[in-house]
Design a protein around this ligand. Sequence first.
Ligand SMILES: Nc1ncnc2c1ncn2[C@@H]1O[C@H](COP(=O)(O)OP(=O)(O)OP(=O)(O)O)[C@@H](O)[C@H]1O
Ligand SMILES: [Mg+2]
Length: 545
Amino acid sequence: MECTASLADGGSYLEERKVVTVLFADLVGFTSRSEAMDVEDVRGTLQPYHELLRRELERYGGTVEKFIGDAVMAVFGAPTAHEDDPERAVRAALSIQDAIVRLRETDPQLDLHVRIGVNTGEALVALDAKPAAGEGMASGDVVNTAARMQSAAPVDGVLVGEVTYRATGRAVEYAAAEPIAAKGKTGLVPVWVAHRVRAQLGSDVFRDLETPLVGRDRELGVLVDALELARSEATPRLVTVLGVPGIGKSRLTYELLRCVEEDPDLITWRQGRSLPYGEGVSFWAFGEIVKAQAGILHSDSAETTAEKLREAVIGLIEEERDAGWVEQNLYPLLGLTSAGELRGDRQAEAFAAWRRFVEALAAQRPTVLVFEDLHWADDALLDFLDYLVEWVAGVPLLIVSTARPELIERRRAFGGGTANATRIALSPLSDEETARLVAGLLEQAVLPAETQAAVLRRAEGNPLYAQEYVRMLQDQGLLVRDGDVWVLRQDVELPLPGNVQSLIAARIDALPAEEKAVVQDASVMGKVVWASAVGHIAGRGRWAV
Ligand SMILES: Nc1ncnc2c1ncn2[C@@H]1O[C@H](COP(=O)(O)OP(=O)(O)OP(=O)(O)O)[C@@H](O)[C@H]1O
Ligand SMILES: [Mg+2]
């Protein structure tokens, strides 16, 4: 009978229930082979393999929980959640398989093959566990089932469970597989084999148009006007679209693209995106733009890449010496020479050359450059955009950038300091707009009042949340058709869609520890809380709360 008594000192809890993605990888037939091997040879074989696993897992933000001989267990989403943990895990699994193929090519004698299992679900996570000391971090059914999937996976294959499959279906290509039996489960567990990542990360233009656009007339107006001004005055302009995940930043950009496509004049549109993970990707987004302009494909060899770049630069810049200089400076963006540290004078020269490239592009015809997800960009790219807006002159250029609010916490002045820079903050849709969006998704004019109210309350004006709720309601059969309307089944509470949960979990994990602890305390009470009550739980002052 001690509800609200403190559970731990300092108000931060060392155990959390979290949705995590667990990855198991195991060498095929290694145990039996190692019996006949010298112990030093066993270690010699395992060491490069362990290094490879750790590198690939950590590159995608996974935490290696333990190596057990030739097997490894890694967790994505703990201690810190990302919104895309299942996708990170599957990408890591696929790149482990790729790396093993390369290892086999360099050392055919080793003949290594792995099976990998990936499973997503709720686990109890010990935040203070020290994986290095062999302490387990995540426990729960999700872990056992992941291990089971690993042993059922085909040789050189990746097997994933249902939640993982649903969360990553758009990014990864899968084939159906026979369901498997798992210990402690009555039914069979459905599984899928992951084949490959669908599109090259990032550069794809937004084409996801299942929802008709609602609202955002004024915001779109700002973008269209900025483009008009850039054209009529032949000056560069920067518009930064800010807002929380799912609020519609990418969608707004896409709507501008539709206007551009309808324009009778040709306008160049190039787009790049900053990534949340990966190495050596400082200027990745700009690199994508250059690649798109030169028609360079992901699969192109270094030779083809260099050739296409040369043609693209010559097409834009006539003067031979200038063209050569610009070309050389674009090399690091395309991975043709190592980027090294672009600092000081080296960076100044690179920026000048890149600016020359952008100016030549915009001199040819009006140009829109889109930099998506700048909250993941590092400072160097932000510096470059500042530099462009300040120094490009005499050409019609619109730079559109999108970012979550944390960008501004990091760089207060970004996108707002100068006369030719504008920011648009996207606020939540109104209830009426959200209702129209939901109706559009369900292809009917109105939902029964109760169902609609339930969805609107939870979506809170976020179009992505609204979309995910509707999708979940349909997928899980919670909405049933009654004549020509959809109604919510009587017997169910609306659960939280997985995708919305991971977005929110990632935002909570990104809070400073103290603030996160307050949120955790408050969650005991529910959606409406009282500051003094929250304060009481962990002995914080009311005003501090
Ligand atoms: N005004 C709108 N009308 C209809 N659908 C919308 C609207 N705004 C956004 N959507 C839809 O909501 C979903 C999320 O939008 P979007 O991808 O643009 O979010 P975002 O702000 O770019 O999020 P993130 O920060 O994760 O990149 C998309 O499927 C999009 O089509
Ligand atoms: Mg976006």
